[in-house]
Design a protein around this ligand. Structure first.
Ligand SMILES: Nc1ncnc2c1ncn2[C@@H]1O[C@H](COP(=O)(O)OP(=O)(O)O)[C@@H](O)[C@H]1O
Ligand SMILES: [Mg+2]
Length: 165
């Protein structure tokens, strides 16, 4: 992994960042650097198979947003959403168990969007980017026991994300 905070901003202005991590800690560090760089409302989705490191990335993101270490950031599989107080409010969602219909509305997604914080969504495939208002898609691929390829892509064209992050 060769990554530093300013690098994330620079590369996102080019629309895409690809980084390979070789440990759990490195993936957390990529998430943390993203979190450190965020200055305003942002919706990120995390795609990838079970065990690809989505929750690990979200944990790093929380640390980068100054969520206290006293909060263990774990998968919100059963609660669907966990909220953490940080520099900006952080909502960590796992939509794996989301049913159809208006369930996203029922869990208060619109209110979360209006709070102007950071929303990070595991299993976004249960909904869609339009409904979620996705800004960034983080896709995680397991390449070996400890190796993960992480691609961060911006869904907006001609937007310099460095203004937002
Ligand atoms: N480079 C890596 N990045 C992230 N997790 C890794 C890495 N190498 C091994 N792991 C392990 O893979 C698992 C990822 O789990 P988790 O973050 O809960 O995945 P997901 O939320 O995608 O199901 C953890 O047990 C973690 O320790
Ligand atoms: Mg998870």
């Amino acid at each position: 992994m060769k990554i530093k905070p300013s690098y994330i901003g620079e590369l996102l202005s080019a629309g895409r960042v690809v980084v390979t991590t070789e440990s759990t800690e490195e993936t957390e560090e990529v998430g943390r650097l993203m979190g450190c760089a965020v200055t305003g409302a942002l919706v990120l989705t995390l795609t990838g198979d079970l065990g690809s490191g989505k929750t690990c990335f979200a944990r790093g993101l929380a640390r980068g947003l100054d969520v206290d270490e006293a909060y263990p950031v774990t998968s919100p599989t059963y609660t669907i959403v966990n909220e953490y107080p940080g520099r900006l409010p952080l909502f960590h969602l796992d939509l794996y168990r989301l049913g159809g219909g208006d369930e996203l509305e029922e869990i208060g997604y619109r209110d979360m969007l209006q709070q102007g914080g950071v929303i990070v969504v595991e299993w976004p495939e249960r909904s869609d980017d339009e409904e979620l208002g996705t800004d960034l898609v983080v896709s995680m691929v397991e390449e070996g026991p400890d190796e993960r390829v992480i691609t961060i892509r911006c869904l907006h064209e001609n937007v310099d994300l460095t203004e937002q992050i």
